[in-house]
Design a protein around this ligand. Structure first.
Ligand SMILES: [Zn+2]
Ligand SMILES: [Zn+2]
Length: 146
């Protein structure tokens, strides 16, 4: 367990740059269809309890794909950056692990939406794998309740 720390990140073209507090150096991998379409692969991301402090947000745009969540990206270079709850956007941010300037020390926590993963790829780690239903139950969200 590492101490919480402020990390810096950026999109590909630097039209979005930010700092955010990362509670521990752990990332999860989401295999849901929306994340895969959005990032061109499974989304590897770090759960952060607050919101980013932007040092440049010239390129920042938000896409609301569902009633309950918004995806932040750079409108100039297209980098996928953030995921947050629509109703309570400042409460937490899920940040793409790839957007951080330094991410080598991040350890894999678990796989989520494992039941949405296509057969054509697999990861070889032994980390926990949870389904959509298991994750939603853990978060106290009833499917379809939006
Ligand atoms: Zn950019
Ligand atoms: Zn996802």
């Amino acid at each position: 367990m590492t101490a919480s720390q402020l990390r810096s990140g950026a999109c590909l073209c630097n039209a979005v740059t930010f700092d955010i507090t990362v509670p521990e150096a752990v990332y999860n991998i989401c295999h849901c269809g929306m994340c895969r379409k959005w990032t061109a692969g499974p989304l590897m991301a770090v759960h952060c309890p607050g919101k980013p402090i932007f040092t440049n947000q010239e390129g920042l745009a938000w896409y609301q794909g569902t009633d309950w969540a918004q995806r932040g990206f750079c409108a100039r270079c297209g980098s996928s950056l953030f995921w947050r709850l629509a109703e309570n956007p400042d409460a937490m941010t899920i940040v793409s692990a790839e957007s951080f300037d330094f991410s080598e020390d991040l350890k894999l926590g678990r796989h989520i939406y494992i039941d949405a993963k296509p057969e054509r790829y697999d990861f070889r780690d032994d980390c926990p794998r949870v389904t959509e239903a298991e994750l939603l139950a853990e978060l106290g969200i009833t499917p379809g309740s939006d």
